[in-house]
Design a protein around this ligand. Structure first.
Ligand SMILES: C[S@@+](CC[C@H](N)C(=O)[O-])C[C@H]1O[C@@H](n2cnc3c(N)ncnc32)[C@H](O)[C@@H]1O
Length: 694
């Protein structure tokens, strides 16, 4: 049962006292001033000389915020920026015109003007298309390609985080069952009424995108021609819904995305014939032949237009118009990843529609299109991987050397090899452990009482552990279990609970589930990457080592592997990490524990020291733009200061990407034994880099 094993050894006879409860009660109920936090590295330094451990002006009190209202507020500025961009972009689209009408073999201008103005498919007679040629069109499109800024990429990431959060919330809503296995409507009993609307249960991905549309959170809500800022050629989407969430392709089912009726009125698009195709998803990338694609229009349920007595799907006609106007179309190829069973979608770049002809042997009018890739775009590799941390430039200087086949020595369910392509260094002076080692000098609290559920915990109304999480299960079953959102602390089921090991509320106790690899870097020592796709919210690993009192550490200043258990400090707003949203600990603390007691007693601090003994987490480096986040978890006892430290994926993590988390140092917070401030340059290589770890 995960690290509960280590927590259950002979030293676990300290009970969760009322005193502790009182102490914790006080922590959250009082408006406490920001306190100076004492890092183990600072203990020998006289009080006055110690730098403040934590960001300046760190808020001492934040309230849990409803996930929707919070994100809507955050997004306001984002959308505003986006709107400015949209205007600028539409301005440049005005120039994307050409006079190449001869490439439209099947429809004359007269025929085009006889189109039905049905539904979303209105045609305007082509006028004044004489300015630029195809070369100019290509140049304009490619100019926008190089314009991706770090700000654009951050906005893409943010929008996807919002999508993922909605997705996980709606997955949770969908997955709630009563004891008889009957699905329950969450809104009937959960306090988050208003978040989960009533009505029939739909797919969580579709609910997530409709929520984003409703709250104006789609990154590019106005359709655009050409590349979209922040989405490079080679970008990988993990679902069609993600494309909709970004506004990259605004239909989750149809192949072709086009500008319809509403765009006719746009002054900037004057002179174009509508509908105009802007993006195309190829369900099977087998349709590609080198840089050319032969695409057969699908028709399907699309709106039909009447051209010369023939019913043509509107989307199909949109492609023809794009061909006529030489409008570049974004093409996304769907394929099955070798790393996961579900489908992946890779942005292949901008294409021009260069020819079309009727498909032979078909009774209905079905057209084929030849799409040619515009020159000057990056080439895709076979297994396109986004190196969002900009690490692709770090070329190995030596042939890969397998330092060790499995650093876990069989202790984990997966092998973790160690590879060195940089130098001859090997890993020494370290013993692998799957569970925390508790020193004999440390007495851990007794195991908490636990819930009385049987088999799997399913009903959040009756499960005692769910009650601690605010009458909710923090995880959803999707993709093997994912945390819905970061919390101050997650309360899991433990040794005294009636449920079994497959219970949804024991996700962090299942050990490492993904294929990881330790590898050597040229500037940050060892590092860890994933060979699997890791979905946002999935548990990656626990930070494991020797559980110690921080004031008993020797040579803390020279030990790079100390992880202070700062759950309590974070809740109190004393330096440390960012305060979490969706905080459930207040209900836990006020309902479960008694009155506050002397705070001084609560000052004892603990850490996980992975210097000599630890697991793979000790090799994970810091990044200022990380893909993992730290989550405190209580599974056996309920002592905040001895919470387990788990690392979860904060985004969808692509295979072969390095895993990183934010170490959370405040600048100038680390000093040597003489009190001199120590600095360490950061080599995370991200666009967000703050240049120093500490
Ligand atoms: C917990 S260890 C991480 C694993 C370590 N790289 C190793 O070789 O074992 C932390 C140490 O790694 C190095 N490190 C981690 N992230 C870094 C970064 N972004 N820039 C520079 N050094 C980093 C620093 O020396 C830091 O003290």
């Amino acid at each position: 049962m995960g690290s509960d094993k280590s927590l259950c050894n002979g030293t676990l006879d300290v009970s969760v006292t009322k005193k502790f409860g009182q102490r914790v009660q006080k922590m959250v109920s009082e408006e406490t001033p920001v306190k100076k936090r004492c890092s183990p590295r600072l203990r020998k330094i006289p009080d006055g000389k110690r730098p403040f451990y934590g960001p300046p002006g760190k808020a001492s009190k934040q309230h849990p915020v409803d996930f929707i209202s919070c994100d809507a507020a955050k997004l306001e500025s984002l959308i505003e920026l986006h709107e400015k961009d949209a205007v600028a972009d539409r301005g440049s689209a005005r120039n994307i015109k050409c006079s190449r009408t001869s490439c439209l073999p099947k429809f004359s201008e007269d025929e085009v003007s006889t189109l039905d103005a049905s539904d979303s498919c209105v045609t305007r007679k082509s006028i004044g298309l004489k300015t630029s040629d195809l070369a100019t069109t290509e140049k304009k499109s490619l100019d926008s390609y190089v314009a991706h800024s770090r700000h654009d990429k951050a906005r893409v990431k943010k929008a996807l985080r919002i999508y993922n959060k909605y997705y996980l919330h709606f997955s949770q809503e969908q997955g709630i069952f009563d004891n008889d296995g009957k699905r329950l409507a969450k809104h009937l009993y959960l306090k988050k009424e208003g978040v989960c609307e009533k009505g029939s249960i739909k797919r969580p991905d579709l609910k997530a995108i409709s929520k984003m549309l409703e709250y104006n959170e789609v990154l590019y809500p106005t359709k655009r021609i050409g590349h979209l800022p922040g989405i490079d050629v080679g970008y990988q989407f993990y679902s069609r819904a993600e494309m909709v969430a970004l506004g990259f392709h605004s239909h989750w089912l149809n192949d072709i995305d086009y500008m319809g009726e509403s765009y006719v009125k746009m002054e900037e698009l004057k002179g174009y014939t509508f509908p105009l195709a802007v993006a195309l998803v190829l369900s099977d990338s087998g349709q590609c032949e080198g840089d050319d694609i032969v695409y057969t229009a699908q028709g399907g349920n699309d709106v039909m237009v009447n051209i010369h007595q023939q019913q043509i799907p509107c989307a199909d006609f949109a492609l023809k118009n794009s061909m006529e106007h030489c409008i570049p179309v974004r093409v996304v190829g769907g394929h099955t990843s070798e790393h996961q069973s579900s489908r992946l979608y890779t942005y292949q770049g901008l294409y021009k529609v260069s020819e079309c002809w009727p498909a032979e042997g078909s009774n209905t009018v079905v057209y084929k299109y030849l799409l040619k890739r515009l020159q000057g775009q990056p080439y895709l590799t076979t297994n396109q991987v986004q190196y969002s941390n900009g690490r692709s430039t770090r070329v190995p200087v030596k042939a890969p050397k397998l330092v060790c086949l499995d650093i876990t020595e069989g202790q984990e369910d997966v092998c973790i090899p160690v590879i060195n392509t940089i130098d001859d260094t090997i890993i020494t002076g370290f013993t692998y452990t799957r569970y925390n080692k508790v020193l004999s000098s440390l007495r851990l609290p007794a195991n908490a009482e636990g819930c009385e559920c049987k088999g799997n915990c399913t009903d959040a109304r009756t499960c005692a552990c769910a009650k601690l999480n605010g009458f909710d299960f923090p995880y959803v079953r999707s993709s093997g279990g994912r945390l819905i959102e970061a919390k101050d602390v997650v309360f899991e089921c433990g040794p005294n609970c009636g449920c079994g090991p497959t219970c949804i509320n024991r996700i962090s106790q299942r050990g490492i589930q993904y294929q990881l690899e330790v590898f050597r870097t040229s500037d940050r020592g060892w590092a860890v990457k994933t060979k699997d796709f890791i979905p946002c919210g999935a548990p990656v690993c626990e930070y494991v080592g020797e559980l110690r009192r921080t004031n008993e550490l020797d040579n803390a200043a020279d030990n790079d592997y100390i992880f202070e258990i700062d759950c309590w400090q974070t809740i109190k707003g004393i330096g440390g990490r960012e305060r979490r949203l969706g905080d459930v600990s207040e209900s836990f603390l006020s309902n479960q524990l008694g009155e506050a007691e002397d705070e001084d007693e609560a000052e004892a601090e603990f850490c996980v020291d992975a210097g000599r003994v630890g697991n793979v987490a000790r090799f994970i480096n810091h990044s200022c733009d990380p893909n993992l986040f730290v989550q405190c978890v209580l599974s056996s006892h309920r002592h905040l200061k001895l919470a387990r430290i788990l690392l979860f994926a904060s985004d969808d993590i692509h295979p072969m990407q390095e895993l990183t988390y934010d170490y959370g140092y405040a600048l100038d917070s680390v000093v040597d034994n003489n009190g001199t401030v120590r600095t360490l340059p950061c080599h995370c290589g991200t666009s967000e880099c703050r240049n120093r770890l500490y």
